[in-house]
Design a protein around this ligand. Structure first.
Ligand code: ACM
Length: 721
């Protein structure tokens, strides 16, 4: 109880002192920020008599269902008892609180009009859009505007004119590495709709699992999935669920590499004889389809014909990434084929494969999408390049007439902080491409690779960070205020939880399971100081397979730990302002006292929880570091300076504390180090460990991947290097 109160006090202070730039007052709590927002005077008061009329040629069943969901959420959010007629009678009539009008039904396809205008006055609400899909986007904005406070339930008077910056705003979900049941996919589609994302890229086949029922070649799902695949009925259900929300579903079947699960049932497709088993590890593997045999293309033609009928999106993703080419080089017939055709290397052979795939997909009415490895001049410009290794490929492709989407910088599996993703722009002002080429940059996708997530933890890696990425794709380029983003993200996160996403609530459940106890407050406080190791470090620090538990402290921990971030902000503010700000001082003290006392509260739990023992020393370090931080803070608050003899042993402790344990790293080392160094005064600045160019930031968010491309993922995916 005591811990909760302290935490609450600290949080309240932070909200109070958090800087919100004046120009951002108009962002309200909206995420993504609309193109234009003009605040009026007063507010509309929402009561139990709230009613909606839907009108226009775009008053489709989809829009009516969307209004129904909006009303359900409004009622859930406010606990207002709407009359049954509120939900049932959406026809135009006098005296309705809100009118929604759309000029036509939209198509769930790239480039559809998603614009809308939303006008709120004290008298009522009016939402107008060209398409029903645009109106759905506006309904989400309205829900985010509803405010519950001392004035009651209100919507501020406002005039919003909105449209997306990019037409392709996606989230990739990897259902191969860990299977994600339909309900997981659906709740994430609800989350996507809430932040106006419009493409669910579904990674359905990889070495570790083939996840779609296939009528023509049933051994694909029967032998390649451990029985964990989506039936055709389920696929249709997900596509319909997404379409109801104006979201496209683009499937990916990764080829010619990442193909183990294909060749378990059909080894004749492979470049080496087999037999093959489903891959259980993470990394880059050799099984590759044989691109030299006509039978391969006959198989793929039939397969993609079936999938083209099942998935109605115009685009189909064939992967194309991370083919080592080893199984090709090791096959005499394939080498002979390469020689006969004058292919200098396996890269050129893959170009041949991509061309054949493009012809097959075009034959089935699909535009081919692939990772940037597939880019080559022979392919028609109707294909789309998804750039994961760097934005150069995106701009190069756009310059050569290809459309592209950016995923480099949006790898949310790498546990990077929200602001890193947020500030990563698919098309920054200084992008080295012409205005004409810039039009071919269609947007981007966050990618949720699933080596280290399961249905229980996946939401916590996607949300809330993906809401900030969604803003990058939707809002004008100049919307970049990181403090304001974090302020809004905090609120949006709660709204997303209200939709059924489990990123917040599962943490406490996981902690209860870890400690086999009910009171997990102190564990939660501990997790506020740590984050999972970043980039590709988790797989390097410990070998994992698809059977490894994802129930440890590292899995319960969240990316971008909010208490640690707030503490860093407070310390930055104090150092910049000379330790005179009493609110900030009190806030920093509150965190440090909370953390300093926390280990004692956990000792008993550590004694009886073997699964937590791997992080016990981290918890002890939190306590010790916080004690040092408190001492430094008092010295600074008193206007005194500390001696170097005081500093050195404390810096040594900090250096040791930055070492990750249990794949968790402490996020409070760097700010405490800064405090200690400042406490030594001028002479601190040249002390080893304190110099400006020296950082303990190994444990702090790393803003740049340390390795990129093939080598990087190979290391990461458990090759043990
Ligand atoms: C990828 O991350 N290999 C596309």
């Amino acid at each position: 109880m005591k811990l909760r109160m302290i935490a609450a006090t600290a949080a309240a202070t932070i909200a109070w002192t958090s800087p919100v730039a004046a120009e951002n007052a108009a962002t309200l709590d909206l995420m993504p920020v609309p193109r234009s927002t003009e605040l009026g005077a007063g507010a509309y008061i929402v009561g139990a008599d709230f009613s909606v009329a839907v009108e226009g040629a775009g008053a489709t069943d989809r829009l009516r269902a969307g209004v129904g969901r909006m009303l359900r959420r409004l009622s859930d959010h406010t606990s207002l008892f709407f009359q049954p007629a509120t939900f049932l009678d959406l026809s135009a009539r006098d005296g309705v609180s809100m009118t929604v009008s759309a000029a036509r039904g939209g198509a769930v396809e790239l480039g559809e009009d998603e614009s809308y205008t939303l006008t709120v006055t004290a008298e009522g609400v009016r939402l107008e859009a060209v398409t029903d899909i645009g109106a759905l986007r506006g309904l989400q904005t309205l829900l985010q505007l509803v405010t519950l406070d001392e004035r009651g339930i209100t919507v501020p008077a406002v005039e919003i004119t909105d449209a997306p910056r990019f037409p392709w705003r996606g989230l990739m979900i990897d259902s191969s590495r860990h299977f994600m049941p339909v309900d997981v996919v659906k709740r994430n589609l609800d989350g996507m709709a809430a932040v106006k994302l419009n493409v669910m890229h579904w990674h359905l086949a990889d070495d570790q699992g083939f996840r779609v029922e296939c009528l023509a070649f049933p051994k694909l799902h029967q032998m390649g999935s451990d029985g964990r695949y989506y039936t055709r009925h389920q696929i249709r259900e997900v596509i319909a669920f997404a379409a109801e929300r104006g979201i496209r579903v683009m499937p990916e079947f990764d080829l010619p590499g990442h193909a183990t699960s294909w060749v378990v049932g059909y080894p004749e497709l492979a470049s080496q004889p087999g037999p093959y088993e489903i891959e259980r590890g993470w990394g880059i593997f050799k099984p590759t389809v044989d691109p030299t045999r006509e039978e391969t293309y006959q198989f793929l033609d039939t397969f993609f014909g079936e999938m083209a009928e099942l998935f109605d999106d115009d685009f189909l993703h064939i992967g194309g990434d991370e083919n080592t080419g080893e199984h090709w080089n090791d096959n005499a017939e394939i080498r002979e084929f390469m020689e006969e055709n004058g292919y200098a290397d396996t890269h050129e052979l893959q170009q041949y494969f991509s061309q054949r795939m493009q012809t097959i997909l075009e034959g089935h009415g699909k535009r081919m999408v692939g990772w940037d490895e597939i880019l080559q001049p022979e392919l028609p410009t109707s294909i789309v390049i998804q750039s994961w290794r760097g934005r150069e490929a995106l701009y190069e492709a756009a310059g050569r007439g290809y459309s592209g989407i950016l995923s480099n910088g949006y790898y949310i599996d790498l546990i990077q902080p929200t602001d890193f993703h947020y500030l990563n722009d698919p098309l920054p002002e200084d992008a080295p491409i012409s205005a004409e080429a810039a039009k071919r940059v269609l947007g981007g996708e966050a990618t949720m690779w699933a080596e280290f997530v399961n249905p229980e933890t996946v939401d916590s890696r996607i949300w809330p960070r993906t809401a900030a990425i969604a803003e990058r794709f939707w809002s004008p380029r100049h919307v970049r205020d990181v403090d304001d983003m974090y302020r809004r993200l905090d609120r949006v996160s709660l709204r997303l939880e209200g939709l059924g996403l489990q990123h917040e609530r599962n943490q406490r459940m996981m902690l209860r399971r870890l400690c086999q106890c009910r009171d997990v407050d102190a564990l939660e406080v501990f997790l506020g100081t740590v984050e999972p190791v970043k980039i590709y470090n988790r797989g390097q620090q410990r070998k994992h397979t698809s059977f490894s538990p994802l129930t440890r402290a590292v899995d319960a921990a969240r990316p971008d730990a909010s208490p640690a971030r707030r503490f860093r902000q407070a310390i930055d503010g104090l150092i910049d302002g000379g330790f005179h700000d009493t609110d900030l001082l009190e806030e920093a003290r509150s965190w440090l006292r909370l953390w300093q006392e926390n280990h004692a509260a956990l000792e008993e739990i550590f004694r009886s929880s073997p699964a937590l023992s791997e992080v016990e020393s981290l918890s002890r370090d939190v306590s010790e570091i916080s004690l040092s931080g408190l001492a430094a803070l008092e010295i600074l608050a008193d206007g005194e300076t500390a001696s170097r003899d005081w500093l050195r042993p404390r810096l040594d402790r900090l250096r040791a504390a930055k070492e990750p344990r249990g794949q968790l790293e402490l996020m409070i080392v760097e700010p405490v180090k800064r405090l200690l160094c400042v406490a030594v005064g001028e002479k601190g600045s040249d002390e080893p460990g304190c110099r400006a160019d020296e950082s303990m930031a190994e444990a702090a968010p790393s803003h740049r991947p340390r390795c990129l491309g093939l080598a990087c993922r190979g290391r990461y995916r458990g090759s043990g290097l």
